[in-house]
Design a protein around this ligand. Structure first.
Ligand code: 5GP
Length: 207
C-alpha cells in the first residue's frame, strides 16, 4: 500500500493557515486533518475533537511522559501536541495535514524528512498586526505574545519546502493546491507506477 503524504502547514498566527487548510480538506477528502491536543481554553465556536482535543495541563503532561506525541511545543503560552498514533495510523491509508507552529514544523521536518512543509506568511508585519487585532480572539496580552513570536517565526522560513505569501486568500489557496498537486507527483511517491513500468519487459517476454 502506498504511504500517505505528511503535508504540514506552518507560519505565524494570523497568517491565514486555518482558513486555507479548511478549504483544502473540504476539496480533497483523501486528505485527513490531524486534530492536535492543546491546553489552550476553548474559543467560542470551537468543538472538542474537531478543532482540538482540549485537555488540562495534567493530562497533557501525562501524554508527554507516555511518549504519545510525535512533537509538542509551548506556543504563545499554551501547550500543543501532535498525536504520534494518529500520524502513523492515518499515513497507512491517507494523506495527512498538520497545522502546527514553526518550532513543531522544524521538529517534524527533522523526524520525517519526507514530509512537506509549507510556510504561510502574511504580506508584511503591519498587515499581520492588523489581521490579528481585527480577529479579536485574543486578550491584549495574548495578542502581544503572538506578534512577538511572529518576529522569530518569520526568520525560520528557509528551513521549509515552500513559501506562500497570503496577500489574497483566493490566490494563496490556488498556490497551496499547486503545491499539494506537485507533491503527489513526486517520483519518490510513485513507487507502484514506476515498478509497473519496470515490469513491462517481463510481460513482453524480456527485452
Ligand atoms: P491557535 O491557538 O490559534 O489555534 O494555534 C496557535 C498555534 O499553535 C498555531 O500556530 C497552530 O498552528 C499551532 N498548533 C496547533 N496545533 C499544534 C500542534 O500539535 N503542535 C504544534 N507545535 N503547534 C500546534
Amino acid at each position: 500500500m502506498k504511504k500517505g503524504i505528511l503535508f504540514v502547514i506552518t507560519g505565524p498566527s494570523g497568517a491565514g493557515k486555518t482558513t486555507l487548510l479548511k478549504s483544502l480538506t473540504k476539496e480533497y477528502p483523501e486528505l485527513s486533518f490531524s486534530v492536535s491536543y492543546t491546553t489552550r481554553p476553548i474559543r467560542k465556536g470551537e468543538q472538542n475533537g474537531k478543532d482540538y482535543w482540549f485537555v488540562s495541563e495534567e493530562e497533557f503532561n501525562k501524554k508527554m511522559k507516555d511518549g504519545d506525541f510525535l512533537e509538542y511545543a509551548q506556543v504563545h503560552g499554551y501547550y500543543y501536541g501532535t498525536s504520534a498514533f494518529c500520524v502513523s495510523e492515518e499515513l497507512e491509508h491517507a494523506n495527512l495535514l498538520l497545522d502546527i507552529d514553526v518550532q513543531g514544523a522544524v521538529n517534524v521536518k527533522h523526524l520525517i524528512p519526507d514530509s512537506t512543509v509549507c510556510f504561510i506568511a502574511p504580506p508584511g508585519y503591519d498587515e499581520l498586526v492588523s489581521r490579528l487585532t481585527k480577529r479579536g480572539t485574543e486578550s491584549e496580552a495574548d495578542l502581544k505574545k503572538r506578534l512577538d513570536d511572529a518576529i522569530h517565526e518569520l526568520k525560520e522560513i528557509e528551513k521549509f519546502d515552500y513559501l506562500i505569501i497570503n496577500d489574497n486568500a483566493k490566490h494563496a489557496y490556488e498556490q497551496l493546491k499547486l503545491v499539494y498537486a506537485a507533491e503527489k507527483l513526486r517520483v519518490s511517491r510513485c513507487k507502484a507506477e514506476i515498478e509497473a513500468f519496470k515490469n513491462i519487459d517481463k510481460r513482453n517476454g524480456g527485452v
